[in-house]
Design a protein around this ligand. Sequence first.
Ligand code: NAP
Length: 247
Amino acid sequence: MTVLVLGGTAEARALAAQLHERDFHVVSSLAGRVAHPRLPPGEVRVGGFGGVDGLVAWLREHDVQAVVDATHPFAERIGTNAFAAAERTGIPLLRLARPGWQEREGDRWHWADNLSEAAALLPGLGHRVFLTSGRQGLAAFADLGELWFLIRCVDPPEPPLPPHHEVRLDRGPYEVDGERALLTGHRIEVLVTKDSGGTMTAAKLTAARELGLPVVVVRRPPRPATTVAAEVAEAVQWVRNRGVHNR
Ligand code: NAP
């Protein structure tokens, strides 16, 4: 009797830790995109399931009693698959999702629906860009030959990339002082981010506000309508309420 936590986020690790501590049999699942991921306590499996069919088979094979989709707000496909697999098997599903970031006084945010829209906004906002939207999907910026990019991600980004760029491999959490120094040191004029939410990577927004820089914020993709928890403690309670037995 197992709780499956679809992970790849700090919240997923915290949830796995708390469930493990309370003696639930928890298996955390990672996509396997990051070369050296931070691993949660408890059992971990790595790699895709093979679509909805594969996930359904896995859930049945491992006697899963509850699924928590704690994947990143922009991991759209696994979220859709988890929803479909839960519908098909009747296994209860919770989405654990940190709230999005809120615009504050002094912010100069420009919302975009996706990375292509973000790229289209850039030439009107600045020529030296701090691109923090992750290593995937950067092809959307590849044609912006007149701009210069500082690209920050955990693992090397997937080509094609814009012709003028520097890659900085790094992993949060980040502090405001460091982010301010990075922005001024590279004479950044505009920042691009997904609306990831949470505190680990929010310092760049504070630094941009202080420096008066515009920020292009990519909106979250829609997720299937299911029960949602914003906090790890809420998700722990949800698992307990499902009547899942401890080990
Ligand atoms: P995605 O587009 O939603 O998923 C693509 C495929 O990867 C899925 O169909 C699934 O393969 C596999 N997959 C994704 N998450 C998985 C998981 N937790 N366990 C097992 N298989 C998984 O996902 P993505 O945007 O590439 O993100 C991949 C992972 O990185 C996620 O776990 C997410 O939490 C984490 N992450 C994503 C972002 C982001 O910006 N997208 C940022 C930080 C962390 P099958 O169909 O074969 O099952």
